[in-house]
Design a protein around this ligand. Sequence first.
Ligand SMILES: C[S@@+](CC[C@H](N)C(=O)[O-])C[C@H]1O[C@@H](n2cnc3c(N)ncnc32)[C@H](O)[C@@H]1O
Length: 403
Amino acid sequence: MNRQSNKRTHPSAAFRKTVRRDDGKCPVYRRCGGCQIQNMSYGRQLEFKQNAVEKLLGRFGHVQPIIGMEHPYHYRNKVQAAFSIDRNNRIISGVYQSSTHRIVPIDSCLIEDEKADEIIVSIRKMMRSFKMTAYDERNERGFLRHVLVKRGFATNQIMVVLVATSPIFAAKKHFVKALLEKYPEITTIVLNINQKHTSMVLGDREMVLYGPGYIEDVLCGCIFRISAKSFYQINPVQTKILYETAVSYAQLTGTETVIDAYCGIGTIGMVASKAAGQVIGVEVNRDAVRDAIANAKRNEIKNIYFHNADAGEFMVQMAHEGAHADVVLMDPPRAGSDEAFLSSVVTLAPRRVVYISCNPQTLARDLEFLVKHGYKVRRMQPVDMFPHTSHTECVVEIEKESV
Ligand SMILES: C[S@@+](CC[C@H](N)C(=O)[O-])C[C@H]1O[C@@H](n2cnc3c(N)ncnc32)[C@H](O)[C@@H]1O
């Protein structure tokens, strides 16, 4: 999608011409629940999201027209499938029906990477030959709970993560050999052990069965290493637009101290570091911080530093020490930020805050706080990172009132 042309036209008009209606395209869309608005044409989806964002954020100012995708299919670079057995003792794989633990069997999905889907189906078909059982939640027996596949769209490196109930996998060497023979493009295979009664897919413990235990991808001119447990944006086409918008909203001149809060593997901070004096990243996930440090080294970025900490606690500490920050980039999870973090932003008083959010509801709540404490919303840009779902990403530029 040409971003400029999208900005000039209302989203629905831009897409109605090119995107056909998709009603009923996916046979399981109602049961799966993953693509809540797939019954709408893509143009209508964008209109729907624009209205929803305007309703929540319109009170802060003008909302730019949402940036949609030219090809809104198979955009997900991360695919995960749950495994179980059906009443006839056949192994099934698919997604949990929304808000339940019932698996909807799925072999291919319109929004997922096609190669990842193909690998998951192949693994399911191979299981019996390698004496691999599927986990049955009813009696808590069986080996394989989930398969997670991540693909670097720019590098074509593929990671397969087998999430199992036990580290004992007698046939692992033969299984890995057979899977690699079928898919030589797989660059790493990881066995993740999850023995907990939890809705979390991944457990804490990991064994690398093949390759380095991570994949790499290229985005905005940087190479990023991505481990099984690290967060990486799932739609790289739109992530490029998202990050470019965020960095342009930061209005860096080469001298600023920038905080990249909730930094994941250091992506936004590294993109911003080229135009900043220094960047300080903070992230709670240890594996992601390890990736971030390796990423900075790999890209020879010397003006970025990472801290493994809770972002709120880290900011409170910074405020307590009287530290200085010119710009805060923040990209919290769906739950949004917290008062500890936001109050410390107010104390640190950066000239500008760029808030990247995947949940306009918590974004509205957090903007309310900043606006009450001397900040003004300057620009708001929704980006459609998740076509066919009801989710929308937004980038917001927030400036200190006195500036
Ligand atoms: C939406 S992701 C954004 C990551 C990164 N900015 C990117 O674009 O890839 C949110 C990140 O916040 C991290 N996170 C969640 N809660 C946190 C907290 N309390 N303190 C610091 N990081 C946190 C998650 O581990 C995740 O990496």
